[in-house]
Design a protein around this ligand. Structure first.
Ligand SMILES: Cc1cc2nc3c(=O)[nH]c(=O)nc-3n(C[C@H](O)[C@H](O)[C@H](O)COP(=O)(O)OP(=O)(O)OC[C@H]3O[C@@H](n4cnc5c(N)ncnc54)[C@H](O)[C@@H]3O)c2cc1C
Length: 475
């Protein structure tokens, strides 16, 4: 069949060039539509962002992003766009207590999921046998928790207290995993959200917990090769803020840009953050506007990245999980020239999720306190010198997975036939992650293609749970 020329192709506009919009663009670029992606900022990638350090000219991520083996749709997206080779995949996690006791979490080849991590857990020296058995029992009860997410459901902290989990175990085990994965504190996390992390991320499949870590700054990935890839297949316009969608006869008719003539469209994918979507839809489009207003009320949580340059290396490990410390993860970003310094520094990044309490702290004190924590875990004589640091907080990094939050998350399909929604905050069943964003983008593209009576080009790839977790945990 002959390819339709560009002018006769139905024009689909994607508003927002974060991962959700990018995934939708990738999906649509494989179909006979004309894709236009409009992004307000200068760069693509949205919250998966980097900034240029003015002194060194280095691109630095606002905050290190990590995927996991269970992020199967994200992996599909990376594969389709050739970005997979810019990620490293590890097969283990190293965790350290504040005193420097280490545990290596890796899967045994001898046991099927969900038992594959048991030997590693059994070797953890800083938990007693009683604590390990109790944790296994509580994990089992959590995996079998069947109550749907609702506003009256208990927070994870309340639920753990009901299971008589000690404060020490809450801090060392539960908080470590859940606060990092969901960027929210235990007293705000819903039990179904916690279950999702632990079942999908650690129990359903033996590769699910493998960390996937970008090797290059995020902007280099999403505004580099991916922008090029999309530009070859459609139109990408950055620094284009959409002001409003114009509706007529129950359809989106035109897209109004901040400073250009309105552009007619056949369909639109709205892929902006949850706090912004409602502002682009007039109140007269009442059902849609109401659902976007409800989504706007989703709470949000901050994440802080603390970038440290030391004069000597601290550890050769590429990353480490920190237990019961102020910092949650350490990432080793190699050596580089730090900001306003002439000495080559060893660049480490600490991530602190749900970092509300840092707002009160002086940045110098924070950086020095974190160094103290690190030097206690990896003692050295003489101590490494802190050459420079930067503290970057994203205040609305993610939406909060509080009890009942899922009820505020709208479907990608809306009451307007030629308008779909995308974004990590739409209903995917995933927390605010790159995986959730990409899934939503693929789904939104499917909604639009189905409206245009065209076949789907991409599908979400769900992790295929191993037989035992399917049988035991309904994973
Ligand atoms: C600090 C931090 C750390 C994180 N760590 C991880 C992690 O380790 N692992 C993980 O999986 N996820 C992580 N996340 C979450 C992940 O970044 C997000 O879930 C994902 O990037 C969301 O993508 P999105 O496209 O849904 O939204 P966004 O990235 O917010 O994209 C929306 C886009 O819409 C644009 N826009 C808004 N209004 C308009 C308008 N009027 N016109 C045109 N464009 C507009 C915005 O500029 C933006 O680019 C982290 C997030 C942050 C902030």
């Amino acid at each position: 069949m002959a390819e339709p020329d560009r002018a006769s192709r139905p024009r689909v506009v994607i508003v927002g060039g974060g991962l959700a919009g990018l995934a939708a663009a990738v999906a649509l670029s494989e179909s006979p539509v004309e894709v236009q992606l409009l992004e307000a900022r200068r760069y693509l990638g949205g919250r998966a962002a980097s900034f240029e350090d003015p002194a060194s000219g280095m691109l630095i991520d606002h905050c290190q992003h990590v995927g996991m083996g269970c992020c199967t749709t994200l992996i599909d997206f990376l594969h389709r766009t050739g970005l997979e080779r810019h990620f490293r995949q590890d097969r283990h996690l190293d965790a350290f207590t504040r005193e420097g006791q280490r545990a290596r979490i890796s899967a045994t080849p001898w046991l099927p999921a969900p038992l594959h991590l048991l030997p590693a857990a059994a070797r953890i020296g800083f938990l007693s046998w009683k604590e390990k058995l109790h944790t296994a029992r509580v994990l089992w009860r959590l995996a079998r928790y069947a109550r749907p997410d609702d506003i009256h459901g208990p927070s994870m902290q309340t639920w753990l207290e009901q299971q008589q989990v000690s404060r020490r175990l809450q801090r060392i085990v539960w908080q470590t995993v859940l606060v990092s994965a969901l960027a929210e504190t235990l007293d705000r996390i819903s039990v179904p959200a916690a279950r999702k992390v632990l079942v999908d991320g650690f129990m359903a499949h033996r590769d699910a917990f493998h960390p996937w870590i970008p090797l290059a700054p995020l902007r280099e990935l999403f505004d580099g090769p991916l922008r090029q890839w999309l530009g070859d297949r459609g139109v990408v316009r950055t620094s284009q803020r959409v002001r409003e969608l114009e509706f007529k006869d129950g359809h989106v008719e035109r897209v109004h840009l901040a400073d250009a003539t309105p552009e007619p469209v056949r369909a639109v994918i709205l892929a902006v953050p949850w706090k912004h979507a409602a502002t682009l839809v007039p109140p007269e489009v009442d059902a849609l506007h109401a659902s976007l207003q409800a989504a706007k009320e989703l709470g949000s949580s901050p994440i802080t990245g603390i970038h440290l340059w030391l004069d000597r290396p601290l550890t050769d490990l590429p990353h480490a999980v920190l237990l019961d410390t102020r910092g949650h993860w350490l990432f080793n970003r190699g050596s580089s020239l730090p900001h306003e310094a002439t000495e080559v520094g060893h660049y480490y990044q600490i991530v602190i999720s749900a970092s509300r309490e840092l707002a009160e702290l002086d940045r110098d004190d924070l950086a020095h306190d974190l160094c103290e924590e690190l030097f206690r875990i990896w003692p050295q004589d003489p101590r490494p010198r802190l050459l420079n640091f930067r503290v970057v907080t994203e205040q609305e990094a993610v939406f909060s997975v509080t009890p009942g939050a899922s009820q505020r998350r709208p479907s990608q399909q809306t009451a307007i036939p030629n308008l779909a929604l995308a974004g990590d905050w739409t209903a995917t069943g995933w927390p605010a992650t790159m995986e959730g964003a990409v899934r939503s983008g693929y789904r939104a593209a499917q909604v639009v293609l189905s409206h245009l009576e065209l076949p789907a080009t991409t599908r979400e790839v769900s992790q295929r749970a191993a037989w035992l977790p399917r049988l035991l945990l309904r994973a």
